[in-house]
Design a protein around this ligand. Structure first.
Ligand code: HEC
Ligand code: HEC
Length: 347
């Protein structure tokens, strides 16, 4: 009797698996049933979207690390090093500019062209492989099924739809459930420990001036309303023995504007999840927050171009911990419970 029950249970299991017990198309579902978001969800995690099927967007934007990759600089599909540190993709729908030093990229659709087709720094390396990869996607059973479910004809698929779908997926990666958000909503000081309260005071104080640049809901908008979002914060390395020698190849906003006044100016980054997105800065050059705070205290590096809002200050070890504890209240990993934020392929 027991034995036959086992056999039946086993058969049911086999049946469930053959019915697609694990089905990426089902897992990709979005709350509002949007075709674009669901298609974008599959594409974001699909390594077939690189010329040699080795990398996906998620290789450098891993949900477990707040959609960063933990490396100083990211590795593309040809194992070439990216010039920058991978940035978190949470809440980017609320940003005005994309990437850390380009005032011309104001739409996610435009940003997505870089990882797909850029060949100066190869990320997914699809330039020259557009036709091949498009037909790869059209032939894939998961995509065919998704298209049928949404009454779409996969034969009409073009790159514009792919780009828009990935952008729609990125735009939907919103997560505002940190302890800090709860603190703001509840308006109740007891949500924070004394250490966190003290850290917040320091962050907002005139002597440190952090919130002067890191303001707004994502801590990336300067308080001064006429301020550019691209600011020199004093971490740009210049040869100490010869001020005219730039150590850093990456000149920041000046790469685009070609103006000397823009050398070393980078976008003020969001500080959400900052405790779990090390290493820091556009080039990943700082490993730990305590070092970053110490250098801020010195007024940045010697000779580095810097904004007037960068001040010198000195903190005790305890105060530094308090400031870091406050930054810790900006951590939100609740999105990890939502399958829409995770790989639909189960790895
Ligand atoms: C090889 C690693 C790598 C791959 C693959 C990659 N990215 Fe990125 N991504 C980066 C890096 C590094 C940055 C920061 C670029 C900069 O600041 O100039 C970035 C920045 C971004 C940004 C801008 C975020 C912001 O804060 O403005 C978006 C959006 C983005 N990537 C989406 C994607 C999507 C979508 C894909 C897949 C089509 C993808 N990325 C593939 C490394 C990668
Ligand atoms: C004058 C404007 C300004 C002030 C003041 C300022 N920051 Fe920044 N901050 C920036 C800019 C710009 C960057 C990005 C620089 C880069 O990418 O190289 C940055 C980067 C950071 C980062 C790295 C984030 C990441 O993900 O890489 C942290 C953390 C940070 N700031 C915390 C602080 C703290 C704490 C204070 C106060 C002690 C402060 N900032 C004061 C403009 C400022």
């Amino acid at each position: 009797m027991l034995k036959s029950l086992f056999v039946i249970a086993f058969m049911v299991l086999i049946w469930a698996c053959s019915q697609g017990g694990f089905d990426p198309v089902t897992v990709s579902k979005s709350k509002d049933g949007s075709f674009y978001k669901e298609f974008g969800h599959l594409l974001f995690f699909d390594r077939q979207l690189s010329f040699n099927s080795t990398k996906s967007c998620s290789s450098c934007h891993d949900p477990k690390m707040s959609f960063t990759d933990g490396y100083r600089k990211s590795l593309g599909a040809t194992a070439d090093l990216h010039q920058r540190n991978s940035s978190s993709l949470l809440n980017i729908a609320d940003y005005n500019y994309y990437t850390s030093a380009d005032s011309t990229i104001t739409l996610i659709e435009k940003q997505v062209l870089l990882p797909l087709f850029n060949n100066k720094v190869v990320e997914l390396g699809l330039k020259g492989y557009e036709k091949e990869v498009l037909s790869r996607i059209k032939k894939d059973g998961n995509y065919q099924k998704l298209f049928v479910n949404h009454d779409q004809n996969i034969q009409h698929l073009d790159w514009q739809t792919i780009i828009h779908s990935i952008a729609e997926y990125c735009r939907a990666l919103n997560s505002y459930n940190s302890k800090y958000d709860y603190f703001i909503k509840s308006n109740n000081n007891s949500v924070f420990s004394n250490q966190e309260l003290n850290g917040m005071k320091l962050f907002n104080s005139d002597s440190l001036g952090c919130s002067g640049c890191h303001g707004g809901v994502n801590f990336n908008k300067p308080k001064q309303t006429n301020s550019s979002l691209f600011i020199a914060n004093g971490f740009f390395k210049i040869d100490k023995s010869n001020v005219n020698t730039l150590f850093d190849e990456d000149r920041g906003l000046a790469n685009i504007s070609k103006e000397n006044k823009d050398i070393g100016r980078f976008r003020v980054p969001s500080l959400r999840n900052v405790v779990i997105t090390a290493p820091y800065l556009h080039d990943g050059s700082i490993k730990e927050l305590k070092d970053l705070i110490r250098i801020y205290g010195q007024g940045g590096y010697l000779n580095s171009p810097k904004d007037k809002r960068i001040r010198t200050f000195s903190l005790t070890r305890e105060e530094t911990s308090d400031l870091i504890a406050f930054l810790g209240t900006l951590t939100d990993t609740t999105y990890l419970k939502d399958p829409f934020f995770l790989s639909p392929f189960g790895f």
